[in-house]
Design a protein around this ligand. Structure first.
Ligand code: PMP
Ligand code: GLU
Length: 389
């Protein structure tokens, strides 16, 4: 008998987590490494959120909670989705999860039967494919092209769809490319769903509050004709600097939410009550969220100017999220070799572009949710290292 589930032994480890761990291990050895690998805000969680969590813990709100999330939190999330995203979901269509990652995992596991196909846009965050494969599904990339600014094209979706396609996953603002979902692209998705009546769309909007230059990103659930087939995922990690709290949610049409909740009951039970109470406060932290966004915007400007001043480096300013997705045309190295070279020569850690799929060739991802002086020092060191090639 095989010892392990084949779906799990075949998975690739998470590149972002592996490179974050590598950078931390080197820092622990006392090396002066600049860690731009992890997608994690460097800000502390805003004080009112921490105070509310402490207050609730002291008040004894430390037991199991029952249900798919506290009613007051689900009602507040439903209001947020309607007011900020024009996405109408009832509170009973919302499930509060330990992180957006878990929300995506639950939805995928609930929907897929072995051999079902899932389309995803490549370059893609490193965890979609493994989650699909863990559920026995087949991940089918729709490769978006660097030369075309990674914009969605209807023909590419049509070329990839089959009668086995169950789900399409999109993520905007995008990790790693920094693109937002424009209205014409959202229309392409809507038309695609209207042509393929069995396909469900999962929209991962975890970076939704981090946008630049007046850009906005469209929530597909705001299109009435397809709302009943759209699962929207969001969370608190990125927008309110709450990565370590592990808090996110999914909003799904009622039949999908009902099935997903059974898996949740049997695997998670609930999210800590005091964390959920603090999340209600987090949804009202508009000023704190805007201050962080403005700081990312400032860092983006200076970091990108420094990166683009390096010979052989091209960095397109992102429309949203906090990643520099940098194309490096130097030497004859793939993105893994490039990252190792930058680590050894410049002591700067990024994540190889090919971890995000074939659309990531020659690219490296650097997070700029990092102190400005570290970003500028990283760019200086990279210039010295790359000028040697
Ligand atoms: N989606 C994307 C695209 C991400 O980059 C992340 C960050 N790891 C997540 C989902 C999940 O974030 P979390 O589980 O911290 O909410
Ligand atoms: N989302 C972050 C990243 O892409 C954190 C690590 C992870 O969950 O992948 O770096």
């Amino acid at each position: 008998m095989e010892q392990f589930n084949r779906n799990i032994t075949g998975l690739t480890p998470s590149a972002s987590i592996e490179f974050m761990a590598k950078a931390k291990a080197l820092q622990a050895q006392g090396l002066d490494v600049i860690n731009l690998a992890g997608g994690e805000p460097d800000f502390d969680t805003p004080a009112p959120i921490i105070e509310e969590a402490c207050r609730q813990m002291r008040a004894g709100f430390t037991h199991y909670t029952v249900g798919q999330g506290l009613p007051e939190l689900r009602a507040r999330i439903a209001r947020k989705l309607l007011e900020e995203n024009a996405a109408p979901y009832d509170a009973d269509e919302i499930i509060v999860t330990p992180g957006g990652k878990n929300a995506i995992y639950l939805a995928i596991s609930t929907l897929l039967n072995p051999g079902d196909e899932v389309l995803y846009l490549d370059p893609a965050w490193v965890s979609y494919v493994p989650m699909i494969e863990a559920a026995g599904g087949k991940a089918v990339p729709v490769v978006l092209r660097y030369e075309k600014g990674y914009r969605i094209e209807s023909a590419a979706l049509e070329a990839a769809v089959t009668e086995r396609t169950k789900l399409l996953i999109v993520n905007y603002p995008n990790n790693p490319t920094g693109k937002v979902l424009t209205r014409p692209e959202a229309k392409i998705l809507e038309q695609f769903l209207l042509r393929h009546k069995d396909v469900i769309l999962l929209s991962d909007e975890i970076y939704e509050r981090i946008v630049f230059d007046g850009n906005t990103t469209v929530s597909p659930a705001s299109f009435p004709a397809i709302r009943d087939r759209v699962i929207t995922v969001n969370g608190f990690s990125k927008s309110v600097a709450m990565t370590g709290w592990r808090l996110g949610y999914l909003a799904a049409p009622r039949p999908i939410a009902r099935q997903t909740y059974k898996l949740y009951q049997h695997s998670i039970t609930c999210v800590s009550g005091f964390i959920q109470k603090a999340a209600v406060v987090a949804l009202d932290c508009a000023a704190e969220i805007e201050a962080m966004r403005a700081s990312y915007a400032h860092r983006r400007e200076l970091f990108f100017a420094a990166l683009n001043a390096i010979d052989g480096v091209e960095a397109m300013a992102p429309e949203g999220a906090f990643y520099a997705w940098v194309r490096i045309e130097k030497g004859d190295m793939d993105s893994f070799a490039l990252c190792n070279y930058l680590l050894e020569e410049a002591m700067v850690v990024g994540v190889p572009g090919e971890s995000y799929g074939s659309g990531g060739a020659k690219c490296v991802r650097f997070s700029f949710a990092t102190a400005l002086e570290d970003l500028l020092e990283a760019a200086r060191r990279m210039k010295t290292a790359l000028d040697k090639l």
